[in-house]
Design a binder for this molecule. Sequence first.
Ligand SMILES: NC(=O)c1ccc[n+]([C@@H]2O[C@H](COP(=O)([O-])OP(=O)(O)OC[C@H]3O[C@@H](n4cnc5c(N)ncnc54)[C@H](O)[C@@H]3O)[C@@H](O)[C@H]2O)c1
Length: 341
Amino acid sequence: MNQLFITGGAGFIGSAFVRLALAELPQSEVTNFDALTYAGNTDNLEGIDAEGYRFVHGDITDRDAVMEALGQGTDAIVNFAAESHVDRSIASADEFVRTNVLGTQVLLDCARERKVSRFVQVSTDEVMGSLPEDEREFFTEESGFSPNSPYAASKAGAEHLVRAARHTFGLDTVITRCGNNYGPRQFPEKFLPLMIANAMNDQPIPVYGDGRNVRDWIHVDDHCRAILLALRKARAGATYNIGARNERRNIEVAKSVLDQLGKPHSLLTFVKDRPGHDRRYAIDSSLIESELGWKPQETWESGLGKTIEWYQTNGDWVERARSGAYREFYAQQYGSEVKAP
Ligand SMILES: NC(=O)c1ccc[n+]([C@@H]2O[C@H](COP(=O)([O-])OP(=O)(O)OC[C@H]3O[C@@H](n4cnc5c(N)ncnc54)[C@H](O)[C@@H]3O)[C@@H](O)[C@H]2O)c1
C-alpha cells in the first residue's frame, strides 16, 4: 500500500490507526481526512510528523472535497469517519444518517471513480443487535442484521452500501466489525474514560440500569492491528468480526476501574437505563484468527492498566477534551443527579 486515505483519523480509533500505519508502513503516504466534529481532536495527532503524512480538513459527504483530496493513485481507503455515540443518536439521528450512510456512499462513489484498489469499512458488532444472556451464543460473520439504535442502524446501512458496491460494481471491499474499544484518547463522554476521570476525581460513576449489560472489550491497538492486517491480506469481499474474547458486565468494568485506582465502590451510582439498551454483545473472532493469523496482544488487565496510566499522565489532554460541548452533553444526558467533574 503506497497511498492510504484514512477518514476520521482525528478520532479515538482513527488516530491510533494513523500512528500504526505510519509505523508499520513507513514508505507509505498517509492522508488523514477528517471534518473535526466535536469528536475529532487534533490533540490526538500530536507528535505525528512523518514526511509522508498529511492532514486534510474535510467532510466525507462533500464529494468535491473527497475527490480533490483523493487525487490520483490512492491505493486504499479506510473509513473510520462516523458519528459514533449511541446516546447522541438517540437524542438526534440526523447527523448519523448524513455521515454514516450518505458519507459512506460518497466515499464508495469516489473510490470507484478514482480506481482505488481497496475499500475498508470499519463497522461495529452493534449492527447485529443484542444477544441473550445465554453465554453460549456469539456473533459470527453469518449473524443476521438486527440493529437496535439509530447509530447501529446507520452503520448497518453503511455496510449494505459497501456490500452493494462490491456486488454491483466489483469494488474490492473489506468490512470489519469490532466490539467496544478502550485505550488512550477516547472522547471523555464514552463509558470507560468517563469512569476513569470520575474515579480519579472522586466523583460518582453513572452506571446505566442494573449494570448487568455485557460488552466485549478490546484494546484499540489490537483493533487497529486487525484492521491493518485485513487491509493488507484479506480476501476481497471479506467481512471479519474482531473481538478479544473479553466479555464483561458494565458493573464489573466499573469495579475494575475503581479497584485499580484504589477508590471505593460507593462511587457507583445507578442511573435511568438507556432506552432500548442492548443486553449483551459477544464476538466470535475465529475467522480472522484462522484466515489472517490475528490475535490480540493485550489482556484486559494489561490493557486496562496501561489505559488508566495514560489518562493519569495526560491530564492536559483530558482537560482540553472535556471543555465545551462535552459539558453540555453531560448535563443533558445524566441530568443534575450526577454532576460533571
Ligand atoms: N469506539 C468503539 O468502541 C467502536 C467499536 C466498533 C466500531 N467503531 C467504529 O470505528 C470508527 C471510529 O470510532 P471512534 O470511536 O474512533 O469514533 P470517534 O467519534 O472518536 O471519531 C470519529 C471521527 O470521525 C470524524 N468525522 C465525523 N463525521 C465526519 C464527516 N462527516 N467527515 C469526516 N470526518 C468525520 C470526527 O471528526 C472524528 O475524528 C467509527 O466508524 C465507529 O463506528 C467504534
